[in-house]
Design a protein around this ligand. Structure first.
Ligand code: ADP
Ligand code: ADP
Length: 224
C-alpha cells in the first residue's frame, strides 16, 4: 500500500486557492516528482504533505495515521524521526563544520556526539564529500553544500524525503550529480522521495510525475 496518501486537499491564503482539490500518493521506495509552473501550488502541496501547513480541507494519511488528527507535538516528532528535508539552498548551519551539520539531526534526537559524528561521516562518504568533514559551509561550493545537505537529510534513516527544488541553485552538471546521488542514496536506504521541481531534467530521475496546475493535481501514472 501507499506510504502517504493525500485526498482532495484545499488550501487558500486569500481569495484565490493555492490548492483546489489536489490528491497525491507515494509508495515505499518510490521517487515522485511534483511538477508544474511557478505559483501552481507545488510548495503548498509539499508543505501540507510534510505536516508543515494544515490544509483547509482534505485528508492526509501517513503510514495509517491521519496527519491532521495528530497534535502539533506528535506531528513535529513525526517530522524529526520519519521525514527528511532538502531545500533549494542546502540551509546548512554556517557556524558548524560539515560533519557537525550532518550529525545535527541525530544529536537533536538524543544520539551521543561520537556516535552521531561516526554515522554522519559515513553518510558524507556515501555522498562522496567525506573530504569536507572539517570544513564550514562558507568554504565549500554550492554543489558540495547540496551533497552535505542530502547527507544530513538521510542520516536519521527517514522513510520519506521531501526535496523542494534541491538543484535549483546549481548549474546543470552539479544538479545532475546531486540528483544521481540523492536518488541513489534514497533508494539504497529504501526511503521514498517527494521531489518538487519545475525542471523536466530533474523530474527525469523520478519513477512517476504529478503535475500541479492552478492548485489541481494530475497523476501522470507511470508515464515513462
Ligand atoms: P509553487 O510552489 O508552484 O510556485 P506555491 O504553492 O508557492 O506555488 O503558491 C501557490 C499560490 O499560493 C500562489 O498564488 C502563492 O502566491 C500563494 N501562496 C503560497 N504560500 C503563501 C503564503 N504563505 N501566504 C500567502 N500566499 C501564499
Ligand atoms: P562541485 O563540483 O563539487 O560543486 P566546484 O567545481 O564548484 O565543486 O568547485 C571546485 C572547488 O572550488 C571546490 O573543491 C571548492 O573547494 C572550491 N569552491 C567552489 N566554489 C566555492 C565557493 N563559493 N566558496 C569557496 N570555495 C569554493
Amino acid at each position: 500500500g501507499a506510504l502517504l496518501t493525500a485526498t482532495d486537499l484545499h488550501k487558500a491564503y486569500g481569495p484565490t486557492p493555492a490548492l483546489d482539490g489536489a490528491s497525491f500518493s507515494v509508495h515505499p521506495g518510490e521517487v515522485v516528482a511534483v511538477m508544474g509552473p511557478s505559483g501552481s501550488g507545488k510548495s503548498t502541496l509539499l508543505h501540507c504533505l510534510a505536516g508543515i501547513v494544515t490544509p483547509d480541507s482534505g485528508t492526509i494519511t501517513y503510514d495509517g495515521r491521519e496527519l491532521t488528527a495528530l497534535s502539533d507535538a506528535e506531528r513535529s516528532a513525526l517530522r524529526r524521526t520519519e521525514f527528511g528535508f532538502v531545500f533549494q539552498f542546502g540551509q546548512l548551519v554556517p557556524e558548524l563544520t560539515c560533519v557537525e551539520n550532518v550529525a545535527l539531526p541525530l544529536r537533536l534526537n538524543g544520539t551521543k556526539r561520537r556516535e552521531a559524528e561516526r554515522q554522519a561521516a559515513s553518510w558524507l562518504a556515501r555522498l562522496e564529500v567525506d573530504d569536507l568533514a572539517a570544513k564550514r559551509p562558507g568554504e565549500i561550493s554550492g554543489g558540495q553544500g547540496q551533497r552535505v545537505a542530502v547527507a544530513r537529510s538521510l542520516v536519521t534513516n527517514p522513510r520519506l524525503l521531501f526535496a523542494d527544488e534541491p538543484t535549483g541553485a546549481l548549474d546543470s552538471l552539479n544538479g545532475e550529480r546531486v540528483m544521481e546521488l540523492l536518488t541513489e542514496a534514497a533508494r539504497g536506504a529504501n526511503a521514498a522521495v517527494v521531489l518538487v521541481t519545475h525542471e523536466a531534467r530533474v523530474a527525469a530521475y523520478s519513477d512517476r510525475e504529478i503535475v500541479v496546475r492552478d492548485g489541481k493535481s494530475r497523476d501522470m501514472e507511470y508515464a515513462r
